[in-house]
Design a protein around this ligand. Structure first.
Ligand code: BG6
Length: 494
């Protein structure tokens, strides 16, 4: 098989503002949801929010014995020129990052945007363009302004649609000559599992003040989802009005789309289908413009149907996305007898005996064929272009005197891209591949630096120490050769 990647294929990498920018309160930025959820301490994640009984409000309360790695990230805010330089050296023609909403509207409630925040992204996008990279921009990647949640509850409040539209209106107008590729809400299908960070919903229980507790009813989460669907459709509409040449997609975590039945027992097969529906439902609405019958039935029977009126349904129907952007890390196996667990990589069910896993401690199954399966499945379902905006492997690496030899990463990329190539040959219209975490960033799932995805190593550790010096790994050269050859290098022996 020869390379099937078309000439203008978008090659590059993807990151998110909250995982690498740092400067969490600089130049007027307000705190966002990720700023308070992730912190490393010996017991794991720690929400830096405390209930103030005098004001009757949630307040940020940082524990000085804990390290909040996202607050400084990898200092991309000040070092982005150096970092983009590495990306340019690999030949990237596209780079995905997010705009941190609370840099633009620090509380999410203002009328006037923060000029310093807008200026930062102006400079960042200019630099990408200067280096030959198409900015691919996520409007919301676990970055809802914290104050918006505290004051209004976030997306459970209908008024959030208006506040969101104010934000997107400002950024669409400001960057209309710079940004052509947009996506709305990162992995919004994680909302049930992570209502606070992924959903932008205040789900903290003021009675039990220690940990975020999902104390919201199913109906109120569904209501928030309905508002997000309206916001998604209005965003697509506005994007087209402001720049008819722009392309806008939804973004979903589609590892779970590759969920296989554990046995041929029809109970497992039907259960797998229903499990997959829980994720595909989001793109069914945002791409097809209609609520699918399977979800309406579930909501009716659970008594969790959100309020919706015909005018809103008409908006959702009229403005569907141009393409489907997706993350894919691994597949899962469903069994009616076992429960499914989840993390940022997607679902995890029964162990698949046919697959190897990434090294400990994360040990995510590695299933390149699953990516081809997902791309075919989405093509059959939506008949739209597909944009792979996350795929990668997290490894525990420590820089010594020699260059890091990350053979596992090289193999992972080769195997997955060979399957992307197969999917293109199958007829899938794949417009780009953006590797997740081309430079080491703070992990979304564990809040660690130790979980490294990069082709570029960053000298920073879980305890917050490190020089922040950057060093390339062996995979840097490998990915560079793939891009340079537009995929031909995949078929050369390493
Ligand atoms: C995706 C997220 O779910 O997975 C990213 O969009 C995240 O933000 C990535 O970093 C990998 O997950 P993790 O937990 O290994 O950082």
């Amino acid at each position: 098989m020869k390379s099937q990647f078309k000439d203008k294929f978008l090659w590059g990498g993807a990151v998110a503002a909250n995982q690498l920018e740092g400067a969490w309160l600089e130049d007027g930025k307000g705190p966002n949801v990720s700023d308070v959820v992730v912190g490393i301490h010996k017991d794991g994640r720690y929400p830096a929010l405390k209930w103030n009984a005098t004001t009757n409000k949630w307040e940020i309360s940082l524990d000085k014995n804990k390290v909040y790695l996202t607050h400084d990230g990898i200092d991309f805010y000040h070092r982005y020129k150096e970092d983009l330089g590495y990306m340019a050296e690999m030949g990237f023609n596209a780079f995905r990052t997010s705009i941190s909403w609370s840099r633009i509207f620090p509380t999410g409630l203002e009328d006037i945007p923060n000029e310093a925040g807008l200026k930062f992204y102006d400079d960042l996008f200019d630099e990408m363009i200067r280096l030959g990279m198409e900015p691919v921009i996520t409007l919301s990647h676990y970055e809802t302004p914290l104050q918006l949640l505290i004051e209004t509850g976030g997306w459970t409040d209908k008024g959030t649609i208006e506040r969101w539209m104010k934000y997107v209106n400002v950024v669409f107008n400001r960057y209309k000559t710079k940004v052509k590729y947009w996506m709305t809400f990162n992995e919004i299908n994680n909302i049930y599992r992570m209502p606070f960070a992924a959903g932008g919903i205040l789900d903290i229980n003021p009675i039990d003040k220690n940990e975020p507790v999902a104390n919201l009813s199913q109906k109120s989460i569904n209501q928030a989802i309905h508002y997000i669907f309206i916001a998604n459709a209005l965003t697509v509409k506005l994007c087209r009005e402001i720049n008819p040449d722009a392309k806008i997609g939804c973004m979903l975590s589609f590892s779970s789309c590759a969920t296989y039945p554990n046995t041929t027992n029809p109970i497992d097969v039907m259960g797998t289908l229903q499990y997959r529906h829980q994720n595909l439902f989001f793109s069914d609405v945002m791409s097809n413009g209609e609520y699918p019958g399977y979800m309406l039935r579930q909501w009716r029977e659970n008594d969790s149907m959100p309020e919706m009126v015909q005018e809103e349904l008409d908006i959702i129907k009229a403005y569907t996305v141009d393409h489907i952007a997706l993350s894919y890390y691994r597949s899962a196996v469903y069994s009616a007898d076992a429960s499914m667990t989840h993390d940022t990589g997607g679902a995890a069910g029964v162990k698949n005996p046919y697959l190897k896993s990434s090294p400990l401690p994360w040990a995510w199954p590695i299933d390149p064929v699953g990516l081809r399966y997902v791309l075919n499945e989405l093509t059959d379902r939506y008949h739209k272009p597909l944009f792979i905006v996350e795929n990668g492997i997290g490894l525990d690496e420590v820089q010594g005197p020699d260059m890091i030899d990350d053979q596992d990463r090289i193999q992972y990329i080769q195997d997955h891209l060979v399957q992307v190539n197969e999917a293109i040959a199958d007829g899938c219209d794949v417009i780009g591949y953006l590797y997740w975490g081309p430079i080491d960033v703070v992990s979304a799932g564990t809040g660690e630096m130790r979980k490294r995805y990069g082709f570029v190593y960053v000298d920073r550790f879980n305890d917050g120490m490190g020089t922040l010096e950057r060093r390339t790994k062996k995979s840097f050269e490998y990915y560079k050769n793939i891009i340079k050859s537009n995929g031909e290098h995949l078929f050369k022996s390493q």
